[in-house]
Design a protein around this ligand. Structure first.
Ligand code: PMP
Length: 373
């Protein structure tokens, strides 16, 4: 056996790209989450039991093979409706989809238009490119800043990224607004990220190939309950997807995720059950927030943003002490004092409601009379 090295090692003399040095660190609070997980907008319960059956049937031999994505992409394309297989690319979660899309299209001199507050990873991935981020701030009502976004389109706009429903606000853009934006920026890709589609029920995925610059992202991390498998997709016109595919790794979606996806898609009964459970629980929780006098923003997703005010960090700590994880969004643009609470099942939210009431009473929070206008 070799002797352990004892001399002082020299530090590396190599530096990353200037862009990378300028990037902010982003460490979402993952870890120690064996409590009620109302912090990451995941499915809070389980995936379909049909998916578990598939997982249990995977042989050791099957793991020796590289993943084969094309047959599964064909199944997904058929499931999504009119899309052909060339219009769909499976990705390692929507995060990889965003990363690859930005790497494919954004270069020096380009602008990424971003209504904010929104999903953090758009900024993370854009800041690693040579493009400039143009943030379009929502008003205090956190509604989609449609007019302001239109006014911010320039000849340099290359991608417009819109989460619909948006996180952390839960607000939505209408189909007419999205089409108008795409029409007004024909030189840009309009990414509509439908991560929370199932809780909203409205989509523009049927416009793929009809609106020539529209690309839609979907994840299996939310309603489907497969966040740990890391699987998402991009759907777009063939002419744009062929460039995306040049950048996308053919190996990035693992074979367990590919094996499970058809079963997840097939089990619509489970999906519908989970979504209806969340929608019912959201109503219960809205009523509890109103009763407690906590200001909230209307949401079309599986979470609600609430206004806690200056004691936001203490609120998050108190909720954790009661066994409930929630997410402080105070550092998001225009979100000072705001906390995002994922909606789980009715049973789970009936645990969260007493925790909420207790925290509100301890901190003496009375910041509004219910829903934000
Ligand atoms: N888009 C939005 C709007 C999200 O909120 C999230 C997850 N927080 C994602 C994408 C990431 O999805 P995935 O787990 O598929 O990477």
């Amino acid at each position: 056996m070799a002797e352990p090295r004892t001399e002082t090692l020299a530090p590396p003399q190599v530096a990353p790209r200037a862009r990378v040095q300028a990037m902010k660190e982003y460490h979402p609070p993952l870890g120690y989450r064996d409590l009620l997980r109302l912090d990451f907008n995941e499915n809070t319960l389980a995936c379909s039991p049909k998916v578990c059956e598939v997982l249990a049937s995977i042989s050791a031999g099957a793991l020796t093979r590289y993943p084969e994505r094309e047959p599964v992409e064909a199944i997904v394309a058929a499931h999504l409706g009119p899309s052909s297989v060339e219009q769909v690319a499976l990705t390692n979660g929507v995060d990889e989809a965003i990363h690859v899309l930005f790497e494919t299209f954004l270069e020096e001199g380009d602008e990424l238009l971003l209504p904010v507050p929104t999903y953090t990873m758009y900024e993370v991935y854009a800041s690693a490119t040579d493009a400039r981020i143009v943030a379009v701030q929502a008003d205090d009502d956190l509604q989609f800043p449609f007019e302001r976004l239109l006014a911010a389109i320039t000849p340099r706009t290359k991608i417009i990224a819109i989460a619909n429903p948006n996180s952390p606000s839960g607000s939505v853009a209408t189909r007419a607004q999205l089409v108008e934006i795409a029409n007004r920026a024909p030189h840009a890709v309009v990414l509509v990220d439908e991560a929370y589609f199932h809780f909203h029920g409205e989509t523009v995925i049927d416009l793929i190939g009809i609106v020539p610059n529209l690309i839609v992202a979907r994840t299996f991390s939310k309603a489907y309950g497969l966040a740990g498998l890391r699987i998402g997709l991009l759907a777009g016109p063939v002419e744009l997807m062929r460039w995306v595919r040049r950048v996308l790794s053919p190996y990035s979606v693992n074979s367990l995720a590919l094996a499970c996806l058809p079963a997840a898609l097939d089990d619509t009964a489970y999906l519908n059950w989970y979504v209806s459970e969340v929608l019912a629980a959201r109503l219960d929780f809205e009523a509890a927030l109103d009763k407690a006098g906590v200001r909230r923003w209307p949401s079309r997703a599986n979470f609600i943003l609430v206004d806690i005010g200056p004691q936001h960090a203490e609120f998050v700590r108190l909720m954790r002490a009661s066994g409930v994880l929630v997410r402080d969004r105070s550092s998001d643009p225009g979100c000072d004092g705001r906390v995002r609470i994922t909606i789980g099942t009715r049973e789970q939210m009936s645990q969260a409601i007493p925790a909420l009431s207790k925290a509100v009473a301890v901190l003496n929070i009375t910041n509004s009379k219910g829903q934000a206008k």
